[in-house]
Design a protein. Structure first.
Length: 544
């Protein structure tokens, strides 16, 4: 990467990439540290999961607002402010004496900081790079983001096992301080001389709408998509509208608020005001196609990433560190493909590169399905997870440039906010959808097997089915056997039940990955909307 200004372009991208990496690392570290956090804070798994959910909700609700603040006050300034808030949240999290402080420091403070940082990274990249350099910069950022999601369990698992989960968050504060010392090296377009009032009603409507949509998606595996498997409980009363899960109603309520948000924004713009999100932005075909592909990519990545650690940890019994090492080939091929793919931007169309990535990704997912067995063929697994990573890397090498090149620099913050929102919704939907498929497949498969198994008495089979009306939990084979023995089930019957559970679990994991493969095919259909020619080297495709 060669520069056209006195600033080193490598310095700029390294600063932005460092910010991108810690944004992605955070959630994955908390996910692999749940058990130790529960022990250290003397709390429950559900409380820590609440913190994880709250963090996702804050991110989803205020990403658009963070992008708009960057456009109004300057992206570099908002990037710095966001980093400072995020670093303070990381320090509070590292020092948390209880789960309440954890909720405040991680879910709220860090979440709000991230909503300022993530759109600013996208916007500052657009300001500092043009043409082929811009494509390469977005490729690097995309590769870092995807690899960070893969490396999180490795880093978090090792640090949590050998030291403490607190060390990760303390280290994030140190990294933030280091980034803040170099922020001045990043160029920025001057903010508007006149700063109109912030669209507070727009913030309220968008935050409420996006928050409800993501809440419904995240809770789908707990409450059920349509039929209630659990229930939203308020004041001790279970909420199951008309006998259905609360999920579609929560998502629908969010959709209605987003519709009202659109109407309000059109009204503000017509009156000559400053809307939170200019409605015309979503009319740009290139922007819409980039956002839809980004959401699809996140859905596939995070959905698959939900299944693979379960296989490695629950079926094979690997710890967090061993799991991270097993998926390391994915991180490496992801970065290689993201860097290589970004260099193709001036010769090949985004449509062609992304389609190629999706085809490779499809074969990677099919290969992973073939590796799911009671024992791991490490060489085959490394190859297939590497193919998967290479496909994802090619996809992410293009989408950031597609999205941000669709608008003028004056609207880069808004586009960055949309990009962060699409990432968040795609990731949430991927985890919820694949998780629901896995749980449904495990439950139905186990019930069908024990009913048909002559080694299991009809009475025992019916008792097992009656005990799991809301779904069979995903646990290890040894845990199942131990639970059956404690329940007084005769050894031969307990072994038959355990074998049926193990077979059902493997089948459910394969089914979940098959759904991910089908999502890749859907994405291949959507890829037709991406630009069919290389993006212009120096100019935006629109002046919105």
């Amino acid at each position: 990467m060669t520069g056209t200004s006195e600033r080193s372009p490598w310095t700029v991208i390294l600063v932005l990439a460092a910010g991108q990496f810690i944004m992605v690392l955070d959630t994955t570290v908390m996910n692999v540290s749940i058990s130790q956090v529960v022990k250290d804070l003397d709390t429950t798994v559900s409380s820590v999961q609440l913190a994880i959910t709250a963090y996702a909700l804050v991110m989803a609700a205020f990403m658009l607002t963070g992008g708009k603040l960057g456009d109004m006050f300057g992206r570099r300034r908002i990037f710095s402010v966001g980093l400072a808030i995020y670093g303070a949240g990381s320090l509070i999290t590292a020092l948390s004496p209880n789960v309440t402080v954890l909720l405040f420091g991680w879910s709220l403070v860090e979440g709000l900081g991230a909503t300022l940082v993530i759109p600013a990274i996208a916007a500052l990249t657009a300001v500092n790079y043009k043409g082929a350099q811009r494509a390469q910069a977005y490729g690097i950022l995309g590769g870092i983001a995807a690899a960070g999601a893969a490396a999180g369990p490795l880093i978090g698992g090792w640090v949590t096992t050998e030291l403490s989960w607190r060390v990760v968050f303390a280290a994030e504060t140190v990294v933030v301080l280091g980034i803040l010392t170099t922020v001045r090296k990043i160029a920025d377009a001057p903010p508007a001389e006149e700063r109109p009032a912030l669209d507070r009603i727009g913030i309220l409507l968008s935050a409420s709408g996006l928050g409800l949509v993501v809440l419904g998606i995240l809770k789908a595996s707990e409450w059920g998509f349509i039929r209630p498997s659990g229930a939203l409980t308020i004041g001790g009363t279970e909420i199951t509208p008309f006998g259905f899960s609360a999920v579609p109603f929560v998502v629908a309520a969010g959709a209605v608020l987003l519709w009202l948000f659109q109407i309000w924004e059109e009204r503000v713009e017509a009156a000559g005001g400053n809307p939170l999100l200019r409605p015309a932005l979503l009319g740009i075909r290139q922007l819409r196609s980039g956002l839809s592909m980004l959401a699809s990519q996140q859905l596939i990545l995070m959905g698959t990433f939900f299944v693979i650690p379960l296989y490695l940890q629950i079926i094979l019994g690997n710890d967090a560190l061993e799991t991270g090492i097993s998926i390391l080939p994915m991180s490496l091929t992801m970065i290689v493909a993201a860097l290589g793919g970004s260099r193709l931007a001036d010769r090949f169309s985004p449509r062609g590169v992304v389609a190629t990535g999706l085809v490779i990704l499809f074969f990677g997912v099919i290969g992973l399905i073939a590796t799911i067995s009671p024992s791991l063929d490490s060489h085959k697994f490394a190859l297939t997870i590497g193919v998967f990573g290479f496909g994802i890397g090619l996809i992410v090498s293009q989408l950031g440039n597609v999205i941000m090149s669709s608008v003028s620099e004056s609207r880069a913050g808004e586009a960055g906010g949309l990009q962060g929102t699409a990432q968040n919704i795609g990731a949430s939907l991927g985890t919820a959808l694949i998780g629901a498929v896995l749980l449904t497949g495990l439950t139905s498969g186990f019930h069908d097997r024990i009913t048909a198994n002559p080694a299991v008495s009809p009475g025992t089979a019916q008792a097992m089915i009656a005990k799991t009306p809301d779904g069979v939990p995903v646990v290890s084979e040894s845990d199942v056997k131990t639970a059956l023995e404690r329940a007084g089930v005769a050894p031969p019957e307990a072994q038959a039940l355990t074998d049926d559970y193990a077979e059902s679990q493997l089948e459910a994991l394969k089914t979940a990955l098959l759904v991910a493969a089908l999502m890749v095919l859907v994405a291949l259909f959507l890829v037709r909307s991406l630009p069919a020619a290389p993006l212009q080297s120096e100019s935006e495709s629109t002046t919105v």
